[in-house]
Design a protein. Sequence first.
Length: 69
Amino acid sequence: MLCAKLRGHYQYFGVRCNMRALAAVRDQVERAWRFWLHRRSSKNAMPWARFAALLERLPLPQPKILHRV
């Protein structure tokens, strides 16, 4: 679901000269995803190393420019 939302965001806002903003959105989504996974349990908190392993298995889509307006 998260990947689908990001792909839709990239398709809507993926215009020329907007790559930096799209990359910032992806970074914020990564941080928010880790934050919510980290809050799920105080015993099994999500450290960055474990989150990096999760991102290798379930990668988020990379931003790309789709419209040359």
